[in-house]
Design a protein around this ligand. Structure first.
Ligand code: 13P
Length: 261
């Protein structure tokens, strides 16, 4: 399963800026990063700025291979949801990828698996690509509950998608204890978790779901990306802090090619 599948899964690297950069700073970044990754044609590259910068980023990246992602979305098409943004609004601003259920949204903004599922179904149904984030806390890992947590988040988060839809989505494994801490999962820890996630996808949706890319997030840097993405089950990276600098991000994109065929 893994060796055959891994050869078919194209590396996918996404920058999650979180709450960083003004519109002007975002455009400066876009102009800087394009020439740095121009020659890397065998990696899917995505940048997720804050909502406000999405239209300007989509414009600045329109002639590049870099896709623009939002960091969140509301599942409903429209309505009395103060402060929220719909899929139609995102699509109208050039967004084709949506990050869903990031651990910061789960922990700080009360997002649940049911909410993640509603957003994922709406996003995929509208023809966009979802990056569904899963991952255990340190407490859960130390209590040997990692696999149970991952199973639940994958099962409930992706419920209702068709096998064909799952095959084209992205799941991000982000152990909460590795986010913003400088303490990345070891390559073995990541590979083990990714293998488990892929097994859950296959048992839930059938063999074709093995094509779903499972990317790693949590203290990814230029210096550790090759070893992480070099693992058979790790198909790319979701990068926070080290994605804020265009040179650092481009080095991470380049470093993820070690698995490219
Ligand atoms: P860091 O790369 O800053 O650890 O953040 C990871 C992350 O949460 C990406 O979504």
């Amino acid at each position: 399963l893994s060796s055959v599948g891994a050869a078919m899964r194209r590396p996918f690297v996404a920058a999650n800026w979180k709450m960083h950069k003004t519109v002007a700073e975002s455009v400066t970044y876009a102009h800087a990063v394009v020439p740095l990754v121009e020659a890397i044609t065998d990696v899917d590259i995505v940048v997720a700025p804050p909502f406000l910068a999405l239209p300007a980023m989509a414009d600045a990246l329109a002639d590049s291979r870099i896709k623009v992602a939002s960091q969140n979305v509301h599942a409903a098409s429209h309505g009395a949801f103060t402060g929220e943004v719909s899929l139609e609004m995102l699509q109208g601003s050039g967004v084709t990828v949506v990050i869903i259920g990031h651990s910061e949204r789960r922990q700080l903004f009360g997002e649940t698996d049911a909410g993640v599922n509603a957003k994922t179904r709406a996003t995929v149904g509208a023809g966009l690509t979802s990056i569904v984030c899963v991952g255990e806390t340190l407490e859960e890992r130390e209590a040997n509950r990692t696999f149970d947590i991952l199973d639940r988040q994958v099962r409930d988060g992706l419920a209702g998608l068709s096998p064909e839809q799952v095959a084209t989505q992205v799941v991000a494994y982000e152990p909460v204890w590795a986010i913003g801490t400088g303490r990345n999962a070891t390559p073995d820890q990541a590979n083990e978790a990714h293998r488990h996630i892929r097994q859950q996808l296959v048992s839930q949706f059938g063999d074709s779901a093995a094509a779903c890319r499972v990317i790693y997030g949590g203290s990814v840097k230029p210096g550790n990306v090759a070893e992480l993405v070099g693992q058979s089950e790790v198909d790319g990276a979701l990068v926070g802090g080290a994605s804020l600098d265009p040179t650092s991000f481009s080095e991470i994109v380049a470093g993820s090619r070690s698995t490219a065929i």
